[in-house]
Design a protein around this ligand. Structure first.
Ligand code: MHO
Length: 269
């Protein structure tokens, strides 16, 4: 395409039998113009070939990073999921049942399990210690047999651990919490994670599902994608107004921007 237009231009100029100085100047400027264009084109191609990884990737797409999981129980899992979903470094959140012995628990018959949230996170961006801080500051670990208005054993407070280092960190943080709580007893249990039973689909991203407008804004993802999506995890927190206020405002602005411009789909934040 490029060569064809260049030939036509040059042919147009050379075709005239007698060439005046002004024609020569025009011809030379055309040549310069096309050489510059050609160099830009070549440089661009060379760069794209040399650096294919310059194509921007969200952390979610990167195949080789190692993710870790952490599991907590801190009351209703609808809220627990929203507590963690907005944190930087949290990639995915899932609600389920853990901490008991009943096989295959269900929402209406969860036996001795506790409503829990499992968090998949990138340890380069957030660590277990920081997740523990969020855990302690997001519920009342001294409340007996329930959390907030919810009464029952299924709402008890638990830190589930994977291995001895996490158990140590959990114990240290609990001692600190107990010291700060003075006379009232911190009820939180610390236990090695056994089986985590994923809860029914209607409990996943529950807060987001109360917000059909945002669901539509992200393209009415099928359940499976919604469960895996870090964008959905963030917007689940946003819908529960549990993102840090700065992020809450940023998301407000982004959504307003989309509404104003009429772009149909929110892909990333
Ligand atoms: N207070 C909540 C508890 C829900 S939960 C997932 C309710 O509306 O019933 O246990």
């Amino acid at each position: 395409m490029f060569s064809v237009s260049l030939s036509l231009f040059l042919y147009g100029s050379l075709r005239q039998p007698t060439m005046k100085l002004s024609d020569l100047i025009i011809l030379v400027s055309r040549l310069v113009f096309f050489s510059v264009l050609w160099s830009i084109l070549m440089a661009d191609m060379a760069l794209s070939i040399r650096f294919p990884d310059r194509i921007s990737q969200t952390p979610n797409d990167s195949p080789n990073r190692t993710l870790k999981t952490a599991t907590f129980a801190l009351g209703s899992f609808w809220r627990s999921e929203a507590v963690f979903g907005c944190l930087d470094g949290v990639v995915q959140t899932t609600v389920g049942y853990a901490g008991g012995s009943k096989p295959n628990p269900e929402y209406r018959s969860l036996g001795d399990h506790a409503e829990s949230v499992q968090i998949e996170y990138d340890p380069r961006l957030i660590n277990f210690r920081q997740l523990l801080e969020v855990f302690w500051s997001s519920h009342d670990s001294r409340q007996v047999f329930g959390q907030g208005p919810d009464v029952g054993n299924q709402y008890r407070s638990i830190i589930f651990t994977n291995g001895s280092e996490e158990s140590r960190l959990a114990a240290v943080s609990k001692e600190r919490e107990q010291t700060n709580s003075k006379s009232s007893i911190v009820t939180t249990q610390i236990q090695q994670l056994g089986t985590f039973y994923t809860a029914e689909p209607e409990h996943q991203k529950f807060e987001l599902k109360q917000n059909p407008f945002i669901l539509q804004l992200i393209g009415n993802l099928p359940e499976e994608e919604l469960d895996r999506s870090s964008l959905a995890a963030k917007l689940n927190s946003y819908s529960a107004e549990l993102c840090p206020s700065k992020i809450q405002k940023q998301i407000d602005a982004k959504i307003n921007d989309i509404i104003r411009k009429g772009w149909p789909i929110l892909k990333e934040l």
